[in-house]
Ligand binder design. Structure first.
Ligand code: GLN
Length: 198
């Protein structure tokens, strides 16, 4: 099993460490050829406009879309989720997007950096009986999903439950940062997606 981690900007090292702990071979993706023979790709959190602009500059947009079209799993965490979305509310209008996942996201939906928070979530399909401790850092939320998108987790915001994890076939998105919790269940969930594809 070989997983690529987009290593243009953001929290890619933490994803790599988690994958290595799980015995997975990791490739840092900076150029299109780094995607050769990977079984799946993780797009980390960071700053989504920067990730998008660098992906354009390094000619990674089409190869990443092609990889997703071929059925290999792609998982975006936080900024990575924004980058994978079809639509971004408001301030995200001018940023490059892969436009793969049929979701509309809102950036910085929970406030500024100081409003970052942690929450225990029940996540559909992630096994174990204890909730998943999720870390949100200037996180986005998913405002709406298209048909074929399965909602995996929600969190309460202003007395409403908003979507913070979703899956559409081989595409996975989380508003939070599972690579920062000492809990590998989300990574194992993604690896199962990659295994069933290979
Ligand atoms: N606020 C960032 C953005 O909009 C995402 C933050 C993160 O990835 N932790 O791109």
């Amino acid at each position: 099993m070989k997983i690529g981690v987009l290593a243009l900007q953001g929290a890619f090292i933490e994803h790599e460490a988690m994958l290595r702990r799980l015995g997975v071979e990791v490739v840092e993706v900076r150029l299109p050829q780094d995607l050769d023979d990977v079984n799946g790709v993780i797009i980390p959190g960071g700053e989504s406009t920067t990730i998008g602009k660098l992906a354009v500059r390094y000619n990674l947009m089409e190869p990443l879309r092609e990889l997703a079209r071929s059925g290999k799993p792609l998982w975006g965490t936080c900024a990575g989720m924004i980058f994978m979305a079809k639509a971004v509310e408001g301030e995200g209008r001018d940023q490059p997007l892969l436009g793969l996942m049929d979701v509309r996201v809102q950036r910085n939906a929970f406030g500024r950096q100081v409003d970052s928070f942690e929450a225990n979530l029940n996540i559909k399909g992630v096994d174990g009986d204890k909730p998943f401790h999720a870390i949100f850092i200037r996180a986005p939320l998913i405002e709406s999903v298209g048909a074929g998108v399965d909602v995996l987790a929600r969190v309460e915001k202003d007395n409403q439950d908003v979507i913070v994890a979703a899956r559409q076939g081989n595409l996975l998105a989380t508003s939070f940062h599972p690579e920062l919790s000492y809990d590998d269940r989300f990574h194992r969930y993604f690896l199962k997606m990659a295994e069933s594809e290979t």
